[in-house]
Design a binder for this molecule. Structure first.
Ligand code: GLA
Length: 712
């Protein structure tokens, strides 16, 4: 910190995030977020001036923690309702603390409300955390009602961890993903509108429609070049991210848990910790931003990010609800013969779950299908050398279930409104301790009694009728408190079973976010397993999330959802860009298909450390002539290129693929799996980088290949 100018420099990996503390103590601003600067350099930075006339004055989009109050007309990150109904705050910075640890630094800024005597019951701390090995800055706030006992409660109308402000640029562009069930993570970029652009979920879960992150650039960034600023939110329930672009040219992002109208009450002495928002600056385009996110997720978010994820088999598309012990044994035998490492029994093993109309909530083995329980199947799977996984959907209940008949009041509901079932199911209120206790109890027993190694934790409908009839202002808090309850159950379960691994699923990718990744190991990216559609979905998902969390199955052809016929090799190559799984009906695969699949599973295991833990470079674009992804594992001296072309080859020649991320003054052997490396071509890294690799795939539709590169 430079005391004279009040300049604080946070070094996050290769980047700097610079704050200026105002001498009056009323505002704190970020004045640089980009390439690394020294403290001496940062002290020379000059802040842009605020508007001075009576209408353009104020600090919209330029404060670290904008509140409701004073000459502020932007998006408040902190908005409170005082007991008298007013909402204004007067921030005063009362102090700060900086701690440097071996792996990074933390900064805390302490604020109080400096309003008139008798109304100053709010204090808040802004927290920052940066690390040496990550370009990501983490931020959150702790908000306290400082009134003594007998004081009055305060209502928080908005509580975000702060605002991310961007340097002034003309031509701001916003990139984000939108989607739907079976069509998640559709990436789109568009000029940032003046005013406020809000991405949100009012569904009680992250949602398929949007994902809580944004990337902003000055309209000039590409996959490989240019500056990109990106912000992501680690919250699990309803959420809201607002990007503000002021006519004066400023741009800010406020992102927090809860949509509009979701309030939190702070009783005297109580405090609330906001969801963490994380931000990254990249000077190497969208690809650079994604790689910074991937490293961060693997190193600092995932509980076991250093592990390699196993090849799994999941029975859902093969059997749907027709799950029997004999059928599962047969699939397990075939999966094991392919080299599968984890066998997962999907929906249909419990209660009276013959279809989706009944059984959710009754988490004991289906009496007709598993008369001796799950243990014999689990033992069989373990005997084949595979881990055993089980599908669960703990937060849901069918009205046709013993659980609902016993506890009709456990669901989200309004007593005087008709419930709105979806997929014949209602949502259990996980913010209620007795519901969470019940869920932990049966999950803990099921895992323990059956030697369960893996859970696919699903969530198959959004909230409705989700306000409590408390008469109080926190009626809709269940939109965030349910997710907190879900997180607590998962945390407790993992603590009780340290070797248990978990996949997050919500009808495919409806619950993928940094908060759930902090307590799971992978996600089910989409219910759409069509390999061609998956390339687009994976392209969008990879903007933030690393290949090591994106579950991808090879399923049957024609695809059950889309009817598209795609060669097995292409289906494998698409799935091998993530966490490979198999989800087809193996009883219908021919001997040749099974042999080819076994060989490809073997290839995946060989290249898995590179795909899952390497740096990812997206080459080509979804709608273009062809697509490719290069995974580079620098330490291992290995790279893997996966390349796909959907349509038949036209008359246009394919562009050579220039391969970034390699060591330019080293030579590489370039070979296909199965080819002896000695027989391979040797190509200088510089040639691969500047000239590129001939990208021709053979004639015909749905062509793909996997090439390995080994540094000499
Ligand atoms: C969701 C999941 C599927 C499958 C079904 C089972 O849709 O995304 O993979 O588990 O539920 O009902």
């Amino acid at each position: 910190m430079d005391q004279a100018t009040g300049t604080v420099v946070l070094q996050a990996g290769r980047t700097s995030y610079v704050l200026r503390l105002d001498g009056t103590g009323s505002t704190v601003r970020q004045i640089h977020w980009g390439p690394a600067l020294s403290v001496a350099e940062a002290a020379t930075l000059v802040e842009p001036e605020d508007g001075r006339d009576s209408f353009d004055g104020g600090t919209d989009a330029r404060e670290e923690m904008p509140v409701e109050g004073g000459l502020r007309y932007g998006v408040p990150a902190l908005e409170v309702r005082h007991p008298d109904g007013t909402s204004s705050l007067e921030p005063l910075l009362t102090g700060h603390g900086i701690q440097h640890g071996p792996d990074g630094s933390r900064l805390v800024l302490h604020f109080v409300d400096a309003g008139p005597e008798g109304t100053r019951d709010l204090a808040w701390d802004l927290h920052y955390r940066v690390r040496r090995d990550s370009d990501v800055v983490e931020r959150w706030a702790v908000v306290r009602n400082t009134a003594a006992g007998g004081g009055r409660p305060l209502t928080l109308l908005r509580h975000a961890g702060g605002q991310w402000t961007l340097p002034t640029r003309a031509g701001y562009r916003l990139s984000s993903v939108h989607g739907a069930w079976s069509e998640e993570f559709q990436l789109a970029g568009q000029p940032l509108a003046y005013g406020e652009t809000t991405l949100t979920s009012r569904r009680g879960h992250t949602g398929h429609q949007s994902n809580p992150w944004v990337m902003l650039d000055a309209g000039d960034a590409t996959e490989d070049h240019g500056e990109v600023w990106s912000v992501a939110l680690a919250a699990g329930g309803s959420w809201r991210t607002t990007v503000l672009r002021t006519p004066a040219g400023h741009c800010g992002v406020v992102s927090g848990a809860g949509h509009e109208g979701v309030e939190a009450v702070l009783e005297p002495g109580e405090e609330l910790t906001t969801a963490v928002t994380a931000g990254v600056w990249s000077g190497t385009g969208f690809g650079g931003a994604s790689r910074a996110w991937h490293t961060y997720v693997r190193r600092h978010v995932l509980p076991a990010g250093g592990e390699l994820r196993p090849v799994l088999y999941n029975s859902w598309e093969a059997t749907t609800f027709d799950v029997t012990e004999a059928g599962q044994r047969e699939l397990a035998d075939r999966a094991a013969a392919l080299g599968v490492e984890l066998f997962v029994v999907d929906d249909g093993w419990f209660g009276r779950r013959d279809d989706d109309r009944a059984g959710l909530g009754d988490w004991h083995p289906h009496p007709g299908r598993f008369p001796d329980g799950l243990r014999p199947l689990a033992d069989h799977v373990h005997g084949l050398g595979m881990a055993f996984g089980l599908w669960v959907e703990p937060e849901m209940v069918n009205p046709d279930s013993d659980l609902f008949r016993a506890h009709p009041d456990w669901v989200l509901h309004h007593p005087d409104r008709r419930p709105s079932p979806q997929r014949h199911q209602l949502v259990l209120d996980f913010s209620r301790p007795e519901v969470a206790e019940w869920a932990f109890g049966w999950l803990d027993r099921t895992v323990r009694d059956n030697g369960v190694d893996f859970l696919k934790w699903d969530f198959n409908r959004s909230f409705s009728e989700a306000a409590r009839r408390t008469g109080g202002t926190a009626a809709r808090a269940v939109h965030t408190e349910h997710a907190a309850g879900f997180h607590r159950v998962l945390d407790r379960l993992r603590a009780a079973h340290p070797r248990l691994r978990v996949e997050s699923c919500a009808g495919g990718g409806g619950r993928v976010d940094l908060a759930v990744l902090a307590r799971t190991d992978q996600v089910w990216t989409s219910d759409n397993t069509d390999a061609v559609d998956r390339l687009t979905i994976q392209h969008g998902a990879s903007q933030l999330y690393p290949a090591s969390v994106l579950g991808a199955w090879v399923t049957d052809s024609p695809n059950p959802l889309t009817g598209r016929r795609v060669p097995l090799r292409f289906r494998f190559h698409a799935a091998m860009a993530g966490v490979l799984g198999i989800g087809g009906d193996l009883t219908s695969w021919t001997a040749e298909e099974l042999a080819e699949a076994a060989a490809l599973v073997g290839v995946y295991k060989d290249v898995r450390p590179v795909v899952q833990h390497g740096e990812q470079y997206r080459l080509g674009s979804p709608g273009g002539h062809g697509r490719a992804v290069l995974h580079v594992h620098e330490a291992a001296g290995e790279a893997v290129l996966l390349q796909w072309r959907v349509g038949g080859r036209g008359r246009r020649a394919a562009e050579p693929l220039r391969l970034p991320g390699l060591v330019e003054d080293a030579d590489y052997r370039v070979f296909e799996p199965g080819e002896p490396p000695e027989a391979a071509r040797v190509v200088p890294g510089r040639v691969l980088a500047v000239h590129g690799l001939a990208a021709e795939l053979p004639q015909g539709e749905y062509r793909s290949r996997l090439l390995r590169l080994r540094r000499l």
